[in-house]
Design a protein around this ligand. Sequence first.
Ligand code: ANZ
Ligand code: ZN
Length: 874
Amino acid sequence: SDRYNPRETEPKWQKFWDDSGTFRTRNEGPQPKYYVLEMFPYPSGRIHMGHVRNYAMGDVVARYKRARGFNVLHPMGWDAFGMPAENAAMQNNTHPAKWTYQNIATMRAQLQSMGLSLDWSREIATCDPSYYRHQQKMFLDFLKAGLVDRKKSKVNWDPVDMTVLANEQVIDGRGWRSNALVEQRELTQWFLKISDYSQDLLDSLQTLDRWPEKVRLMQQNWIGRSEGLMLRFDIDPATAPASETELEVYTTRPDTLFGAKFMAIAADHPLARTMAVGNPQLQAFIDECHRMGTSVATLETAEKKGFDTGVKVVHPFDPSWKLPVYVANFVLMDYGTGAIFGCPAHDQRDLDFANKYFLGNTPVVAPADADPKTFVVTDTAYDGDGVMINSRFLDGLSIEAAKEDVAKRLEGEMLQGRPRATRQVNFKLRDWGISRQRYWGCPIPVIHCNDCGTVPVPDADLPVKLPDDVTFDRPGNPLERHPTWKHVACPVCGKDAVRETDTMDTFVDSSWYYARFTDPWNETEPTTRQVADAWLPVNQYIGGIEHAILHLLYSRFFARAMSATGHLGVKEPFEGLFTQGMVAHETYRSANGDWLQPNEVEIRTEGSSRKAFRIEGGGEVAIGSIEKMSKSKRNVVDPDDIIGTYGADTARWFMLSDSPPDRGVIWSEDGVQGAFRYVQQLWRLVGSLSEVAAPAGTPITGVTESAAIEIRRHTHSHCAAVGDHIERLRFNTAIAEIRKLTNALAKSIGDIESPEISAQCRLAYREAADALVLMFAPMMPHLAEECWERLGHSGAVAYAAWPVVDPVLAKAETVTMPVQINGKKRAELVIGRDTDVKTVETEALQLDDVQRALEGRPVKKIIVVPNRIVNVVV
Ligand code: ANZ
Ligand code: ZN
């Protein structure tokens, strides 16, 4: 029949590719390499539409690059450690490993049903000892190389769940699950010294010219380099606690020193602690600050509060000028010195604070266009450029000159044998705390011995495997309370010792998987150097913008740390990065406020209005706004349902066709049905083409007839455009070009009047049919295989090369230019490409539609954008 049935053909071709090892990639080969990678999924249970979009994009690139003669690496694996498995274990009494591997099995089958051209022989799961043993080895290598630190650090501690919480898990000072008041605790934790590379990570961003500007900017801000002064203030002896004589601050704006109104120190600053002794009110305020949590976001949004310690400091340029010292909730202990001078006129936080405590403000920078005598600041701090005012010897200088002047003066002043000020570059980037008090993660391979201290687990004892027999009936870390696991003999002295029971942050697992894919079979080393270096960097990485900062930064750090320890020779892991947009859908809500799933409602169009009804019961439901698919709004569509009904090709095609890949796509039933109709249309067109085309394999030579040349022009120009669009990841416009070719060929065949088709046209149709199939093969690989067979080819399309474009034929000889009158399109001018402007103008004005629309009015102006558009102004 002439209906294409994806349910039959899709599994057939998947089996064929699988049986033939079509997508198995060899590590050596004569072709140039191309590594395309999509961010690997967390095995949460089932794939969602976001995965479909992500992997469909990657697969187009992989298949296209293969057709262009590259040796393509396109692997898949599982980011398999993490909290949800433990939560599931607690709720359902299943083991995290069982839950995880079941999910992997389900999701693997789902991905396979999408027809992705993945090399499954390289599949890795980060929870597998065959993966994490190498991670442990690298941790020890990093330790030896001085890239690991063990130090005390503050954490959010949930006293009920007995666990450390990430900042995002603290909501209004309470644990997200237990609702218990969160405490700040000091724990000894392991850190990876990412801050050793702050400058390098920042500098190298400039080389990443195939990354979105937005992501580079986010990384730059996260690294947060600033240039400033470390500046020491004398404490007024009359107010000083016994031992303290000075207070050091970090400032990036020493130019504003004459606008200073107060000093502020962090709740954990030593001076705050000293002053709190015997001062219960201050102690209470410090405790309140601790409850606020440590996240930068909370600190930025929370109301600014402070406590006057009674201590005063002396202004460095005026011994009679005293400034009060507050403990303030917006000053962080672990940035700069944990102390600042506040200049309310030019810093919003300082201004909010000063307004609350009536500390006043004095502007010291006036915008160039303002009158310095009348310039005042009330509620909005002025942080722009300008000229110094109210600043004694600095008046009239630019900000830059004033900074330099202040730095020079204070650098030169000696105070107890040290300069009063020193220049300092600071970074916001902190070392990466990787300790997690959790079971389902990679064990940190060290042993604590009372006599020998912290001892690395000897190589021969790796991997340190997680014990299987653990219980989740109580809160806390099961490794901690396991009866035997942590008790071991010290590898150095043999005495009783204990294992580290913390496991690694799961971001560690995902920081090097791209390197492991290059040789996942190496049992003794994390990577095979030459192989990894040959494949890396990943040429095209594709994933969600939510990973723009941490995952990408950690991966960039890992590549450097692996290079420093001999596991890699490449420091930037991802040459090209693409962040895809979200998948969105309409929302539906019943009268009582329940969200309904799309498959629970039926849409009916009555006249010009769309209405939604509940399938069960028939009641009308409200159609709500279009939102990102989410469980909370229930506006999710299950990829399995779509693939089961329409096939994977249709799902992939619609996902790619509807909007630019970096923007959101709105999933709709109408849209999918449209894509499915197009699949059928292609199938019929290829059927017709196969009847008029010369046999497969006939060389296309000696074509001189204009009708045949016309067909060839269509083929070559659209093919050139499709290739160009795919290279730039503009999948939606590539698809638009394929549709244009489809329409042109359908029309051409429909126009054939005589059954006698010339031999030359048959050649042209052969070429067109083959090219068409090759062009949509990256998006709809199953349909393409079936069509390829129908066109009489013996080999699979997966092995076929991209059509060779003839540049002469590809360059269309004519262009179609819209003609606008006062901004409104009135006609189209079909004219030779690159025709001179004068001729275009005359021809455009002579068009019937244009004459009619002008209604005799005189033309004021005519603007021609060559080959693009004609604008007529009347
Ligand atoms: C005086 C001043 C005046 C400042 C002014 C800013 C504007 P970046 O660029 O982010 O490095 N600061 C220093 N240490 C801090 C800490 N531990 N917690 C909170 N704020 C801190 O910002 C440096 C500026 O942030 C410093 O410059 C300091 O305030 C503040 F008109 O000093 B400034
Ligand atoms: Zn020992």
